[in-house]
Every structure is written in structure tokens, then in C-alpha cells.
Design a protein around this ligand. Structure first.
Ligand SMILES: Nc1ncnc2c1ncn2[C@@H]1O[C@H](COP(=O)(O)OP(=O)(O)OP(=O)(O)O)[C@@H](O)[C@H]1O
Ligand SMILES: [Mg+2]
Length: 366
């Protein structure tokens, strides 16, 4: 008996996406089913190319075909991704951008910019379209971390308005106030000016299509944070902390800020940076100089996922100073930690987007 497309669809309806707790067919993730004798091919469309469950889902699909259709089938699965985000809103200020993600902390110097640069290059390396806006207009550092301190941005006229063209490096589209001022020039912004600078940085840039726009924020809870949260559709925030009590107390405030009434930005997770010290010559050793287990404890207390813990390693600092984030080179082991955090973040974002979509549908059907 020959195999039919219906049999394939039926088999794949037994495969559950572990994140969304629904089957792949119900989630509309199965496309282009083709059958030719015992040769079967189809496409699975994931919600992010950074999906950490890609391999598991692919194996589960193969197993389902063997269990429900034929043991001898020759199976070819094309795993692709279409990043989910806000529904395209042409009237939006940022129409081509699917997801805006704030990278924040309470305390300064805990590693927001290091994390933001590494997450950006890690996501870009999966094939996602990534933008990074350095919104720390008081102390921009992304031009240094991307090794583009001397570069300047080009501008383009569109309908009588001048737009910035982001600088592309390591697959990431970057804009920073650092491009617009001299490195040694002290920047003294008053509140409203700072908010305006952020709005310009985001709205006066020709971003094109972007799956993930990361926004590297200044420390604390400033006018910049309020402007971003109130004027832009931010899909999620990640909060960076070190394990010290002082940093964690500020991280709590940072998380609370996104949950304030009228703001309600989903907190996708906590990232514990400088979690332990690992000397280059003793890579197996971990010294918990700032205390142990702080990230796990805070994540549980605030009811947010701990996306990962990054050790304090010299190479991370050097890579930042040298303008090549560690996550850029797949052969650098330190980069793996950031890549895993990036995938975990993309996963949490996809779950959060799906939940919001479901709630909207439930509300509309009431
Ligand atoms: N895991 C790490 N290992 C080693 N050095 C690190 C690590 N994370 C950050 N650093 C270094 O610590 C310093 C501060 O990091 P970074 O600039 O990323 O912090 P920040 O939170 O963005 O600071 P600010 O609040 O000033 O914006 C930098 O020199 C950076 O290279
Ligand atoms: Mg910073």
C-alpha cells in the first residue's frame, strides 16, 4: 500500500512541541509534505532558528513516521524557522522589527553590554536577522565591543527625512550614540534630551527586516527605560546581575520595573554574570568569589527562568576590549555559554509571544 500525505500529517500530529505543549500540526509547523514511493519529505517551521530543541523535534518526527507510517521510509526533514513576534503593524514606528528585547540590570558594570553583544552575535550566527541598539547614551560601549570605534554611520534620505544606516558587523546591525559623538567627549544629557536621543536612535534608523532587536540599556531605572517601555512595543526583557547581594537587590528592582502597572513587559529571564572565577590555566576550577547560588535563588524568588550563568573569565573581557565578542567564534569554548543563553532567551521569547497570542484569541472569542 502506498504512503499518503494524510498518513504523514496524522503521524506528525503525534509529535508535541515541548515548549508549546501542542502538536506540530495543530501549531501549523508542518509544511510542504511530499511523498514519492517510500521517500518522504516535509518542512518543519520552528519559531526561532536558535531553537535548542531542534534536534529533539527532528528525531521525534522521524520516530513518529517510523511508528505510525512505515519503518522503511526514507525521510528528509527540512528544519527551518520563522521567528514569531508582534503581528506586523504598518502604522508602527518600527514596522520591520519583529521583537524588541531590553537588556537591563539594576546595578552598573555587571556586564549588560558584554551580554548584549554576545547574545546579538550568537543569535545572528543561527541565521536570525539581528539588530543591536546601544541605548546607553550616557556611556555607550558597543562601538568598542564591536571594534568599530572609528567608524561613522552613513545617512540616507527617504521622503525628505534623513535616516541612519546601521553598521553591519558579525551579522548584526548596530547603532550607537557612540557613532555620533567623539569617544573622549563627555555626554551630559538631561532627561528629555536622553529620551529623544533614544527615540531617534530607534526610529531614525533604516533597520530593514529584523527578527530580534536587542536594546542595551544604561544601568538603573532612568528616563531611557521609561521611554523605551512606554513608547515602544517591547516583547521582553532580560536582566543581568552578578551574584553579590548589592547587585541582586538592584536586579530585583530592575525586574519589578518591567512588571509595574502600565508597563508589563515579560521578563524572559535572569542572566547571572561573573557567577564564578575560572583562571585560564585551571579551566576546570571554579571559585565562587561573589557567593554561590545567588542567581538560582533570585530567579526562583522572582519567578523568572535563569537563562544561564557566565563565569568571570579574562578572555571575555579581552574579547570585549578587542572588539570581537567571544560568542562570534564557534571554536571558542567560552562563547558556548553565551550561545546557550541566547538560545534559551529566544525560546522563552517564542513561548511568551505564543502565550500573548493565545490570550488575545481567547479574549476575542469571549
Ligand atoms: N563574564 C565576564 N568575564 C570577564 N570580564 C567581564 C565579564 N562580563 C563583563 N566583563 C567586563 O566587565 C566590564 C563591565 O562590563 P560591561 O561594560 O559589559 O557592563 P555593563 O553592565 O554594560 O556596564 P554599564 O552599567 O557601565 O553599562 C567590562 O570591562 C567587561 O569586559
Ligand atoms: Mg553597558
Amino acid at each position: 500500500m502506498s504512503i499518503t500525505k494524510e498518513q504523514i500529517i496524522d503521524a506528525l500530529s503525534h509529535v508535541e512541541d515541548p515548549d508549546f505543549k501542542k502538536d506540530l500540526v495543530a501549531l501549523n509547523m508542518v509544511k510542504d509534505v511530499e511523498v514519492n514511493g517510500n521517500k518522504i519529505s516535509f518542512t518543519v517551521v520552528l519559531t526561532t532558528p536558535a531553537c535548542p530543541l531542534k534536534e529533539k523535534i527532528q528525531n521525534d518526527c522521524e520516530q513518529a513516521i517510523r511508528d505510525y507510517v512505515s519503518k522503511d521510509a526514507v525521510i528528509k526533514i527540512n528544519m527551518t524557522a520563522q521567528v514569531t513576534g508582534r503581528p506586523a503593524d504598518k502604522s508602527s514606528m518600527l514596522p520591520g522589527i519583529k521583537n524588541i528585547i531590553a537588556v537591563a540590570s539594576g546595578k552598573g558594570g555587571v556586564g549588560k553590554s558584554t551580554v548584549a553583544s554576545n547574545l546579538a552575535v550568537a543569535l545572528a550566527s543561527t541565521g536570525a536577522k539581528v539588530g543591536l541598539a546601544d541605548a546607553d547614551i550616557f556611556g555607550p560601549s558597543q562601538t568598542l565591543m564591536f571594534g568599530v570605534v572609528k567608524e561613522r554611520l552613513f545617512a540616507e534620505e527617504r521622503n525628505g527625512k534623513t535616516y541612519m544606516i546601521p553598521l553591519e558587523k558579525f551579522g548584526v546591525k548596530l547603532v550607537s550614540i557612540g557613532f555620533l559623538v567623539e569617544k573622549t567627549q563627555a555626554i551630559v544629557w538631561r532627561g528629555p534630551m536622553a529620551s529623544k536621543a533614544l527615540t531617534q536612535l530607534l526610529c531614525d534608523t533604516l533597520w530593514g527586516e529584523v527578527d530580534y532587536l536587542l536594546v542595551d540599556l544604561p544601568p538603573g531605572t532612568s528616563d531611557i527605560h521609561l521611554t523605551l517601555a512606554s513608547s515602544f512595543p517591547v516583547n521582553g526583557a532580560v536582566v543581568v546581575t552578578t551574584p553579590q547581594e548589592v547587585a541582586m537587590a538592584d536586579a530585583r528592582k530592575g525586574i519589578d520595573m518591567f512588571r509595574k502597572q502600565g508597563i508589563t513587559i515579560p521578563v524572559l529571564g535572569l542572566i547571572e554574570n561573573m557567577a564564578y572565577f575560572t583562571p585560564a590555566e585551571l579551566p576546570e576550577n571554579k571559585y565562587y568569589i561573589f557567593g554561590k547560588g545567588g542567581g538560582v535563588k533570585l530567579a526562583a524568588e522572582m519567578n523568572v527562568p535563569l537563562l544561564g550563568s557566565v563565569p568571570l573569565i579574562q578572555s571575555v573581557c579581552e574579547a570585549g576590549d578587542n572588539g570581537i565578542p567571544v560568542a562570534y567564534d564557534p571554536d571558542i569554548v567560552e562563547g558556548k555559554i553565551f550561545r546557550e543563553i541566547a538560545y534559551a532567551m529566544a525560546q522563552q521569547l517564542a513561548i511568551s509571544n505564543a502565550k500573548i497570542e493565545d490570550e488575545k484569541l481567547a479574549h476575542a472569542n469571549k
